[in-house]
Design a protein around this ligand. Structure first.
Ligand code: SAH
Length: 342
């Protein structure tokens, strides 16, 4: 019999599995605490559980583990970047950042990515597979154990497209926010998407309280399709329609990400079109000077980013330029894995 991945199981599923093994319900609560609060990686560490049950657990389940293949600590801030090795030899990245209001972690949701955004390192070698709920949880738990720091907020902005791994990501968020386990408020979670429109409608219905970040990067269809192939499937109008629905359903404002790329999307006209598109929408615009990746010659011009920001502000938009953390350790997504796997 194949062992089950206990860290991906919901509280109710653990109760049912224990019941099938002739065990009492309350054991599920103890097991959830060991897994999601004390973050053990061996059943033998569950010391308030009898040896007999621990042996049964070990026969029927396994606890997912990630190996730290590489750990880079920034000299300029407290950023730590982890390269994790998965059981099948694949790698993903995760970044732990120190903000004034606490520690924030950026995790990956897939190995590679199908989306093909032209400026993004994560998509160059294509897609390998989805991450499981337990692998996403372990990105956080392993970083917490290693660093001794408590994660206060989470962003799903690492490698992969979270809404292309919808079922696993939703299960992961349910586990993370379970009052029986880690009990993290989803108000402290941001999920970033390149614009998988039907899944934005689905997510809105769940009313999870998380912040939706939408990678827009261009306001007109021709420009957006040039740099983001997903725009050929769901265009700007369809995307904005889904965003309006998300805001209506959840009452949450949306954060639009805009990677400013010199000579591609940073003209005055681009800023005006962006302001026009987003006028009246409850949102914040996050400008990211595009990170250079060695496979492409995209770059950002500091002065034009500032001018772009000023022009949007002057048009009444709520806009900021994203601060750079971990610049000395290549902390932007997908870059470390690429260096390592080639
Ligand atoms: N697939 C999701 C989340 C992962 S990428 C998404 O597309 O939103 C997280 C953010 O980083 C996205 O806004 C993405 O467009 C942006 N990004 C990717 N490569 C970048 C680069 N080289 N420079 C600046 N931003 C980049």
């Amino acid at each position: 019999m194949e062992k089950a991945d206990i860290l991906s199981m919901s509280y109710d599923e653990v109760i049912m599995a224990l019941d099938a093994l002739g065990e009492k319900k309350f054991r599920a609560e103890q097991i959830f605490q060991w897994l999601h609060v004390k973050k053990v990686t061996e059943f033998s560490e569950m010391t308030n559980i009898s040896l007999e049950l621990r042996t049964k657990l070990d026969t029927n389940f396994y606890i997912k583990r990630l190996n730290i293949a590489k750990r880079l600590e920034s000299c300029v801030d407290n950023t730590i970047k982890y390269l994790y090795e998965l059981d099948d030899g694949n790698h993903v990245e995760c970044v732990l950042m120190d903000y004034k209001h606490g520690n924030s972690i950026c995790i990956s949701t897939q190995v590679g990515c199908k989306m093909g955004c032209k400026f993004c390192a994560s998509t160059i070698a294509g897609f390998r597979r989805n991450l499981t709920p337990s692998e996403m949880l372990m990105e956080i738990y392993t970083a917490e154990k290693d660093s001794g720091r408590h994660v206060d907020s989470l962003v799903l902005m690492g490698i992969g497209e979270p809404l292309d791994n919808y079922t696993n990501v939703i299960r992961f968020l349910e586990l993370l926010s379970s009052p029986k386990g880690r009990n993290m408020s989803l108000r402290h979670v941001s999920l970033s998407t390149c614009g998988i429109v039907p899944k934005i409608y689905d997510l809105a219905k769940l009313k999870t309280g998380l912040t939706l970040s939408v990678s827009l990067h261009a306001a007109d269809n021709a420009r957006r399709s040039e740099i983001m192939p997903v725009n050929d499937r769901w265009n700007v109008e369809e995307l904005i329609g889904a965003c309006r629905d998300y805001i209506n359903e959840t009452g949450r404002r949306i954060s639009f990400e805009y990677a400013v790329i010199s000579g591609v999307n940073d003209s005055e006209r681009d800023a005006d079109e962006l302001a026009k598109l987003l006028r009246g929408i409850n949102c914040h615009i996050n400008l990211i000077p595009v990170n250079k990746i060695k496979e492409r010659d995209f770059s950002a011009d500091r002065r034009s980013v500032a001018a772009f920001c000023d022009r949007l502000s002057a048009r009444g938009m709520n806009v900021t330029v994203r601060r750079t953390l971990g610049a000395d350790i290549n902390a932007a997504c997908g870059q470390l894995r690429r260096e390592y796997e080639i």
